[in-house]
Design a protein around this ligand. Structure first.
Ligand code: FAD
Length: 437
C-alpha cells in the first residue's frame, strides 16, 4: 500500500486528496488537521454571509466519504506528531497548511489595545478556536481597515451590516451581538495605492450599494476619468467595472444612512496613535502612484478611529524540521517540491493569494507531479502509515477526530442554529470534543 499523508484539510489538501485517492493504485490517503473541523478557510475565512461559496464543501465531503480517504482531525503536525515521524511512516507527504498568521504593519502603536490583524478578526467572527476569546474592542465610533483586497471588504461589510442582514449567515452569536452593540459610525477602508491597483473584485465592492444602515462614499477626485489607452485590455474590464461602482458611491449623500463607509485610496498608515494603551487615532501619509507603485508625499493626516484592523496579508506557520522560507513566510519549494517525497500546494506554497479555484489548479498540478514521481520510483509500500501514527497519538493521549465525528459536530451545530442561520458554530475545541464522548 502507498501511504499518503496530507497536512491540512483546506481546499488545497482536499483537491490533492481527491486526485491521489482516485489515481494512485492501492493508495491510502490520510488528511490531518490541527482542528477537529475540516475545510480550512472555507469554514474559517470565507465570509459568513457568503454561504453560496461554502457549498464547495459538498464536493469535499464526497472525497472524505471514499474508503481510502481518512480524516484525522485535532492533530497538530509539529506538535502532536513531528514532521520527521510523518516522513518516517508515509511514502508521500503533501503540505497544505495554508497561511493565516497576520503580517505586521511595522509602525508605531501596533501593540495598542484596539489593533487587530484580519486573520485574527476574521477567525473570531467565523468561530475559529484560535481566536474565540479575541473580544475585539468595538466600542468605537471610528474603525479603520487597512488593505484593498476582498478580505478588507469582507470585514467592512460584516461591521456595516445589521444583525438582521446577518440573519442567514453562520457568524457566531457572540460576534454578531458584539457588532450590533458597536456604536460605529465611520468605517474607513484604506488602500495605499489607487482604485486602478485595488485588488478587490466588483462582486464584493458592489455589495455596499444595498446595505440597510451603511452608505459607501468615495471622493470623486480619487477616481480617474478613464484608464490610459494602452492599458492591458484584459485587466481593464474588471477595473472599469470597479470604477463605475465607485463613481456611483461618489454620488451618495454623506448623511443618507447612519453608518458611512469611506473608501480611501493612496494613503499608507505611518503610526497608530494612542493614549493609556488604547487606540485614539490613525496617522496616514498621502501617496502618489507612479507606474502602479505608491510613494509617500510627506503629507500626513489623522483619522479619528479607536479600532484598527490590518488586512495586508498573511504568512504560513512553520513546522519544526520542515524547510521554510522565513522571508516569504511560505513552505520552501520549487514548483511544489519541498524535498524527497514531500510536496506542497495552496496558500502555504504560493503565499496568501488566490480564491478557492486557484488552489484546485495548483493542487491538480502538484498531484500530477506526485503521480509522475511515483511512477518513476515506486516505493516498496512497506511503511506503516496510520497504524504507527495512531499508536503514537494514543500514547500521547490525543483524541483524534474522524470524519464521522466531524459529522456529529456538524449535526449539533446545525440543530442548535436559531432562525435562518444554517449553523451555530462551536468555537472551542473542548466543546466539540465533549460532543463525541
Ligand atoms: C477572510 C478570507 C475570505 C475569503 N473569501 C473567499 C471567497 O469568498 N471565495 C474564495 O474562493 N476564496 C476566498 N478566500 C480564499 C480561500 O479561503 C483560500 O484560497 C483557500 O482557503 C486556501 O486553501 P488552503 O487549503 O491552501 O489553506 P486553508 O484553507 O487555510 O487550509 C489550511 C488547513 O491546514 C490546517 N493546518 C495548518 N497548520 C496545520 C498543522 N500544523 N497541522 C495540521 N493541520 C494544519 C488548518 O487548520 C487548515 O484547515 C478567502 C480567504 C480569506 C482569508
Amino acid at each position: 500500500m502507498i501511504n499518503i499523508a496530507i497536512i491540512g484539510s483546506g481546499p488545497s489538501g482536499c483537491y490533492i486528496a481527491d486526485m491521489l485517492s482516485k489515481k494512485v493504485a492501492d493508495a491510502q490517503v490520510d488528511i490531518f488537521d490541527r482542528l477537529p473541523t475540516p475545510f480550512g478557510l472555507v469554514r474559517a475565512g470565507v465570509a459568513p454571509d457568503h454561504q453560496g461559496t461554502k457549498n464547495i464543501v459538498r464536493q469535499f465531503e464526497r472525497t472524505f466519504s471514499r474508503d481510502n480517504v481518512r480524516f484525522v482531525g485535532n492533530v497538530n503536525i509539529g506538535d502532536d506528531i513531528t514532521y520527521q515521524e510523518l516522513k518516517d511512516h508515509y511514502d508521500v507527504i503533501a503540505v497544505t497548511i495554508g497561511a493565516l498568521q497576520d503580517r505586521d504593519l511595522g509602525i508605531d502603536g501596533e501593540d495598542l489595545n484596539g489593533v487587530y490583524g484580519s486573520g485574527a478578526f476574521v477567525a473570531w467572527y467565523n468561530g475559529h478556536p484560535d481566536h474565540a476569546d479575541l473580544n475585539p474592542k468595538l466600542d468605537s465610533s471610528g474603525i479603520a481597515i487597512i488593505g484593498n483586497g476582498n478580505v478588507a471588504l469582507d470585514i467592512s461589510r460584516i461591521l456595516a451590516k445589521t444583525d438582521a442582514e446577518m440573519g442567514s449567515s453562520d457568524i457566531t452569536a457572540d460576534s454578531v451581538a458584539a457588532i450590533a452593540e458597536s456604536p460605529v459610525q465611520d468605517i474607513y477602508l484604506i488602500g495605499r495605492r489607487g482604485p486602478v491597483e485595488a485588488s478587490f473584485t466588483n462582486a464584493e465592492l458592489s455589495e455596499f450599494a444595498e446595505l440597510d444602515r451603511c452608505v459607501a462614499l468615495v471622493d470623486s477626485a480619487q477616481l480617474p476619468a478613464a484608464l490610459p489607452e494602452d492599458f492591458d485590455p484584459k485587466a481593464a474590464k474588471a477595473i472599469e467595472k470597479n470604477l463605475e461602482t465607485l463613481r456611483g458611491y461618489a454620488e451618495n449623500a454623506t448623511d443618507s444612512k447612519p453608518v458611512r463607509l469611506h473608501i480611501m485610496f493612496c494613503a499608507s498608515p505611518t503610526a497608530i496613535l494612542g493614549e493609556h494603551g488604547t487606540v485614539t487615532g490613525l496617522r496616514l501619509e498621502k501617496n502618489q502612484i507612479t507606474d502602479g507603485r505608491a510613494t509617500g508625499t510627506g503629507e500626513t493626516f489623522d483619522l479619528n478611529v479607536q479600532t484598527v484592523i490590518s488586512a495586508i496579508g498573511y504568512r504560513s506557520q512553520s513546522i519544526e524540521g520542515m524547510p521554510f522560507d522565513e522571508e516569504r513566510g511560505i513552505v520552501s519549494n520549487e514548483d511544489g517540491r519541498v524535498e524527497d517525497g514531500v510536496y506542497t500546494s495552496g496558500w502555504c506554497k504560493r503565499g496568501p493569494q488566490g480564491v478557492i479555484p486557484a488552489n484546485r489548479a495548483d493542487s491538480m498540478g502538484v498531484a500530477k507531479q506526485i503521480i509522475a514521481d511515483l511512477e518513476e520510483n515506486m516505493p516498496a509500500g512497506d511503511k506503516a502509515g496510520f497504524n504507527k501514527i495512531a499508536a503514537l497519538l494514543d500514547e500521547r493521549n490525543v483524541r483524534t477526530v474522524a470524519f464521522s465525528d466531524w459529522q456529529t459536530i456538524n449535526e449539533a451545530e446545525v440543530s442548535r442554529a436559531q432562525g435562518d442561520k444554517p449553523r451555530e458554530k462551536f468555537n472551542r475545541i473542548p466543546e466539540m470534543l465533549a460532543l463525541l464522548d
